[in-house]
Ligand binder design. Structure first.
Ligand SMILES: Nc1ncnc2c1ncn2[C@@H]1O[C@H](COP(=O)(O)OP(=O)(O)O)[C@@H](O)[C@H]1O
Ligand SMILES: [Mg+2]
Length: 388
């Protein structure tokens, strides 16, 4: 038994009193600290609302750098700068994130990812499902495109080993419906790359006044989703020979083209964003687009020859029931037809069989389909047909 404690109730009491005193002091201390903190919170709240009240600039994150820094580009005036952000923001920011910055260029808040609001005007396909097997003919053209687009993505070491630079941009030209888009998609499929398509004519006619901005955003998106293939369809709509007519429309197209050239110049030949374009009016293109370092590999996509027509007809009838159809003869009868027209012929032949309530499409259905598709083609006014 411990006599000391049992016989000394006074000292026990003293101890407790001391403890209480100590705790009271702590409470007081905490209260003081709390008061100071509250004052600070109020001060920060005031500053915060002050910051939020002034109009904010919108900027886009170009790159997230080390040590809590980010590289921003201000929208509108295109000014670029590096600014520091909190650790939390630093983790949240990605290239392409839209942010609001105040007049001291600090980020006040995140607005969102640019591609969420701006994907309009672009068509994004996570790895398209078109394969080379679904393209008839064009073997040499496909191989050329693969060398310029696919292998730099999938086997970059070969280019390094041999010491050559793959081309910067690939331009496909040929009549509409010859398979340009198809090739671009198939290459994206086989390179396991995102496919981002933007139509030049849509850019000019649908997004008036926003062309340059959309081009900028296209490339931000492409970098963010790399490996990716940017495909600018109907590039002649933005890249026509400069029309110096001084209208605001031509100035706008000019700005869009300038932005495209600037974006292309900002890329290395070996990056994992590959750039392709297509046109059926190569004669109209501004030579600036065709200079080295821009679209420096030009590939013509021809009309299918007999062998290719045969292959295309096979591809587009592979899921159809046929009865006594001589595809060889159909191929011979369709000189000057494009891949898209051959596809239309197969579809029409199928529709004729459906209308007859038959089990399969027959040779006569194909003959009738050829006539129908040809007739439709001939109805296109002459001045348009000239360019087809
Ligand atoms: N070489 C081809 N092989 C198979 N189908 C083709 C071929 N060329 C065109 N087509 C068909 O025509 C459609 C339109 O072709 P597309 O690639 O959009 O032509 P372009 O981009 O040259 O105008 C394709 O979706 C495909 O069904
Ligand atoms: Mg196309």
């Amino acid at each position: 038994m411990d006599e000391t404690i049992g016989n000394n109730p006074g000292s026990d009491h003293d101890m407790a009193a001391l403890q209480i005193q100590d705790l009271k002091a702590q409470i007081l201390d905490a209260k003081l600290k709390n008061e100071l903190l509250e004052r600070e919170v109020n001060q920060l709240r005031k500053e915060n609302s002050q910051l939020k009240r002034v109009p904010l600039f919108v900027a886009v994150v170009v790159d997230v750098l080390e040590k809590g820094e980010v590289y921003l580009r201000q929208q509108g005036n295109n000014q670029e700068y590096v600014t520091s952000v909190s650790e939390k923001l630093h983790r949240q920011l990605k290239p392409g994130t839209k942010v609001a910055v105040n007049n001291t260029l600090s980020i006040v808040k995140i607005i969102g990812n640019i591609y969420d609001s701006r994907i309009r005007g672009m068509e994004l396909e996570e790895v398209p499902d078109v394969t080379f097997e679904s393209i008839g003919g064009l073997q040499n053209e496909i191989e050329e495109v693969r060398e310029a687009v696919e292998y730099p993505l999938t086997k970059p070491q070969i280019y390094e080993r041999v010491g050559v630079e793959p081309p910067k941009g690939i331009l496909l030209y040929g009549a509409p419906g010859t398979g340009k888009t198809l090739i671009a998609k198939a290459v994206a499929h086989h390179s396991n790359a995102r496919f981002i398509r933007m139509s030049g004519s849509e850019l000019v006619h649908k997004y008036i006044g926003e062309g340059a901005q959309l081009v900028r955003e296209l490339f931000i998106l492409a970098r963010e989703r790399a490996p990716s293939i940017v495909f600018i369809d109907e590039i002649d709509a933005i890249g026509s020979m400069r029309t110096h007519d001084g209208t605001s429309g031509s100035a706008e197209v000019q700005r869009t083209l300038m932005q495209l050239l600037a974006e292309m110049d900002g890329f290395g030949n070996r990056g994992n964003v590959r750039i392709m374009a297509a046109t059926n009016r190569i004669d109209m293109l501004d030579p600036a687009l065709l200079r080295p370092g821009r679209f420096d590999r030009i590939i013509q996509i021809p009309l299918p020859d007999l062998g290719a027509r045969r292959e295309i007809l096979k591809i587009h009838t592979s899921k159809m029931s046929l009865k006594d159809v001589d595809l060889e003869e159909i191929g011979q009868m369709t000189e000057n037809a494009t891949g898209a027209e051959l596809q239309a012929i197969c579809r029409e032949a199928g529709m004729m069989a459906v209308r007859r309530d038959a089990d399969a499409a027959e040779h006569a259905d194909f003959i009738a389909a050829i006539r129908k598709v040809k007739r439709e083609k001939d109805q296109i006014p002459f001045d348009t047909r000239m360019y087809l």
